[in-house]
Design a binder for this molecule. Sequence first.
Ligand code: CFM
Length: 542
Amino acid sequence: MTQQPDPLKIKEQLIQKYPTKVARKRSQQIVVNKIGDDRVAPEIMANVRTTPGIITQRGCTYAGCKGVVLGPTRDIVNITHGPIGCGFYSWLTRRNQTRPTSPEDHNFMTYCFSTDMQEDQIIFGGEKKLRQAIQEAYDLFRPKSIGVFSTCPVGLIGDDVHAVCRDMKEKLGINVFGFSCEGYKGVSQSAGHHIANNQLFKHVIGRDDTVDPHPFKICMLGEYNIGGDAFVLEDILERCGIKLIATFSGNSTVGKFENAHTADLNCVMCHRSINYVADMIEKKYGVPWIKVNFTGAESTAKSLRKIAVYFDNAKLTACVEKVIEEEMKAVKAVRKEIKNRCEGKLAMLFVGGSRAHHYQDLFNEIGMKTIAAGYEFAHRDDYEGRKVLPNVQVDADSRNIEELTVGPDPKNYRPRKTGEQLKTLDEKGLEVRGYEGMMPQMDNQTLVIDDISQHETEMLLDIYKPAIFCAGIKEKFTVQKSGVPCLQLHSYDYGGPFAGFRGAINFYKTVDRIINTQIWSYIKAPWQINGKPLLEAELVKT
Ligand code: CFM
């Protein structure tokens, strides 16, 4: 690998053109990584408002609530209460896949439901139209549950969606509940995750107490089945002999959420979007949670082993080891070949609130180095680890969002492990309720950038000329115009799955194809490279 430029100097370059106040703020969100022996990361500013005028990658609170957390659930009718512009996004374009188990199984994910608010409702209120929309959806589809999602104007005019939902729940006899997830409510989609978590906990989880007799029951939290990831994981877990009670919320149903509290362990994939549910289930029902990562073959093996250690059963452990051994054979064969072509190349990842971390494992596996990474909307704990939580300032965002007070359920609180047992598990490396965050796992002298701007993106591309840049559809084409391939880690560009062992193989091959194609050398026209035209005409006078 060639010598890299001094990251501190690059940081200065990135903020050079900003007005002083903006530069001061951005300089706290751009950090040169330095992890000491104590594994403590330098402090980064995160989860703060983007300065107006800066082109951000972020989305809105409604996107985080409706699109991310509830959207992937197939049997709930999700109604967007708002103008039709927001309604377009009630159509799930995020590539969450789902597989109904029978023809009777509901699947509403391909539909758009919107109240289509007009001027009339903005002036005189939209509650009546919302009531009609819920009734109409019920008459047409007979769903078991209906969710109502508030967009910005709903908050501005003050419609009481919760009161309407309460009435309609009583009238229709099905579960109807609302979300005050107006787009402006937080600084990003992260606020929407929290709101979604709260309402799922209040209105859904715990409604079905049926306990499956299976001895190894888990829930998967924060796996949204993008590009079929959840299908791969379901297959692995089944072969290992682990029972999946519910996934939040990929390839899942409201019925499964209702029963989630009966599992014996919660495995958290995406910490950012669903750690609240994990915490609340533990407090109310006594189910501990561990952080897992099924992105990367090694990480998948490690996560499966963590689950086996938790249940501490010889048969389960043997089964898990057998599956890992079988799968790793194919992984290693492909990896060896691809590593030859990818080793030492540079990657940058600026994605969401967990993938910028998780996908570094996959790049490591083929010998690529992550030189710069950052989240769009994660919080300090996702960067520096959960141990910073007591020191995280309650910011404007968090103050806006209700913090539920949860205590043990009088009937269903059953601690699955004693405090002593949890301590022993911790010592075995399970990190119960722990998440180390992205920075301690990155090399020193790499750049960690929160809420990266388009300007900074362009500068980074120019300075480092990485082999690959991972981001989303909004960034993709500007990145590629600079001659650097951009892999979308939100929707996988119609590729994937990338989870588990099979997904890892798929990812290695995808990256190999993207970065080793000749096409990136043709971005510039020949005359742009040589500085002079290929053909010259002369005026010939006769
Ligand atoms: Fe979690 Fe997600 Fe992500 Fe996220 Fe997202 Fe997503 Fe993402 Mo796009 S829940 S934080 S809000 S892993 S939609 S499935 S890919 S930004 S990194």
